[in-house]
Design a protein around this ligand. Structure first.
Ligand SMILES: Cc1cc2nc3c(=O)[nH]c(=O)nc-3n(C[C@H](O)[C@H](O)[C@H](O)COP(=O)(O)OP(=O)(O)OC[C@H]3O[C@@H](n4cnc5c(N)ncnc54)[C@H](O)[C@@H]3O)c2cc1C
Length: 488
């Protein structure tokens, strides 16, 4: 067993700013170096009636880890110094602390073995803490499921300042922690994860096509292929407006980029693709063989071309401003509807990131973890509206957010229903919020809670009622306590 303990350096966690310059600030920022510091912080805040916001990597889409919409006084508990990664090759497990980034986790695992990896998100600056609290979807999901499907233990500081593990938490609490969303069930300080096998050579490709040529047909076919093909192949789509040069000048058009990670060699990949997706016209020259850890850097667009060592340096993403919403699709969208959708996106300057489900994701029962979007879901969509710093004025921000909301509304006929699903790690306060100043209400919270968790929401609320009945760990979308009069 090896222990990596990082130096206490001038680390900066990424802060994705909220729109308004008047966003409430914390009364203090506490940066624990030891678990006992976390325990003291929780006990003090509970005693003085202060709300606590827990930040691991700071990537929450709505900033819930470092600000409070309700303007209630809060302390920010920043876990960025709790980031050790202990890899145990014998058991193929790792204890990783919540303040580590995914990039650090991937890097330190790769330093011990070139055939072990971990299924989690594609952005290396995301924090382990927030990501594992909400699920953890990435390019290994079709092969191995979500991050939380591979969590075997966790250490958590509860509302009374106790440190608990899987055994002392008990079955329901441990279930809730693995995907029930951050900030509800305690401060998870570390996670024990199962590492997964990755071959020494993987193959990637990234092809861009204009949607007005045969791109729409490719997207249409992709809907049938990507969720059903071998679990070793992950193909996602980025659909985005781009400027094209034409004789008369330049104009905007929609483009699809087809990105893939294949757990095998180029020859094996070409054989599969020519069989199931010949329309793609994939050729050997489009494919690059590399190690799995190199593919992590390849798909971190702002790091592409750099050495894998960059992952251990916790490089911050370029600062950006955005609003994201999410959906699940259960039936392929017809071609004419796709063409209509491209028009909406072009008009709104909106990008779509479309990620396939199927494979292992469908084999896991929807009640096994709080993440319920399993069998029957073909893919998930993120609607991404980004804008530049200079556009940051409050009015501009409202305009951009309005555009993404409008496209989301128009998408209703093509996406999951009753409830319309959303992914809790793609936090979206438009779906509904608690009123923390006036007390969270289970009945009202069902409106947004069932979108994230479907039938699992009730069980999450019951667990919350058992482990934190006074709702100490709370934010705008934390799980409200449901206290039952008799045991369930
Ligand atoms: C650029 C970008 C790319 C992304 N890519 C992916 C992706 O590929 N796949 C994917 O699944 N998701 C992705 N996400 C979403 C991401 O998983 C979530 O935003 C996640 O919650 C971020 O974790 P964090 O620790 O960085 O965030 P934080 O903002 O620190 O935390 C998020 C939430 O969890 C709570 N929390 C944080 N740490 C703890 C803890 N230790 N104990 C209890 N509660 C805690 C916070 O209070 C907050 O409510 C991406 C987000 C961004 C911004």
């Amino acid at each position: 067993m090896t222990l990596y303990t990082p130096p206490f350096s001038n680390l900066q966690s990424i802060i994705l700013e909220q729109c308004t310059p008047t966003s409430p600030k914390p009364l203090a920022i506490i940066t624990p170096f030891l678990y006992s510091h976390v325990q003291s912080a929780v006990i003090c805040c509970a005693q003085f009636g202060l709300n606590i916001r827990i930040r691991s990597g700071g990537h929450d889409y709505e900033g819930l880890s470092y600000t409070s919409r309700d303007h209630i006084p809060f302390i920010l508990l920043d876990l960025n110094q709790l980031r050790s990664v202990e890899v145990d090759l014998d058991s193929k497990t790792t204890w990783v602390e919540s303040g580590a980034t995914l990039g650090e986790l991937y890097y330190w695992v790769s330093q011990k073995s070139d055939i072990l990896g971990f299924p989690a998100g594609e952005c290396p600056s995301v924090g382990v803490g927030g990501q594992l609290c909400g699920g953890g979807f990435g390019m290994l999901a079709r092969k191995y499921g979500l991050s939380v499907d591979n969590v075997v233990d966790a250490r958590l500081v509860d509302v009374n300042g106790r440190i608990l593990d899987r055994d002392s938490m008990g079955k329901d609490w441990f279930w809730a922690v693995r995907g029930g969303g951050g900030g509800s069930f305690g401060v998870v300080v570390s996670w024990k994860i199962n590492l997964v096998y990755v071959p020494p050579t993987v193959t990637v490709f990234s092809l861009s096509k204009p949607l007005d040529e045969n791109g729409t047909q490719l997207v249409h076919k992709w809907q049938h292929v990507a969720p059903n093909v071998t679990n070793d192949l992950f193909i996602n789509l980025i659909i985005t407006p781009v400027i094209q040069e034409v004789d008369a000048g330049s104009s905007w058009m929609m483009q699809v980029t087809i990105n893939s990670l294949f757990l095998g060699t180029t020859n094996e990949l070409l054989e599969i693709v020519s069989d199931v997706f010949p329309e793609l016209g994939l050729q050997a020259k489009d494919c690059i063989q590399m190690s799995w850890i190199e593919s992590v850097v390849y798909y971190s667009f702002y790091l592409r071309g750099q050495s894998i060592d960059v992952l251990k340096d916790r490089p911050a993403m370029p600062k950006s401003y955005f609003k994201v919403k999410s959906d699940y699709v259960t039936k392929p969208i017809p071609i004419d509807a796709l063409e209509e959708i491209w028009k909406w996106c072009l008009r709104a300057n909106l990008s779509l990131l479309i990620e396939p489900h199927g494979g292992k994701m469908s084999e896991i029962d929807e009640t096994e973890t709080p993440y319920p979007h399993r069998e029957g879901n073909l893919y998930m969509i993120q609607y991404i509206m980004g804008w530049d710093d200079e556009d940051r004025g409050f009015k501009a921000c409202k305009r951009y957010v309005g555009w993404v909301r409008r496209v989301y509304e128009k998408m209703r006929p093509y996406v999951s229903k009753n409830p319309r699903g959303a992914y809790v790690n793609f936090r979206d306060l438009d779906l509904g919020t608690n009123c923390n100043a006036c007390g969270a209400n289970y009945g009202e919270a069902r409106r947004w809670g069932r979108k994230y968790f479907r039938g699992n929401f009730r069980r999450l609320a019951i667990v919350k009622g058992m482990v934190d009945p006074t709702n100490f760990f709370s934010n705008e979308q934390s799980i409200p306590p449901l206290v039952l009069s008799s045991s369930y």
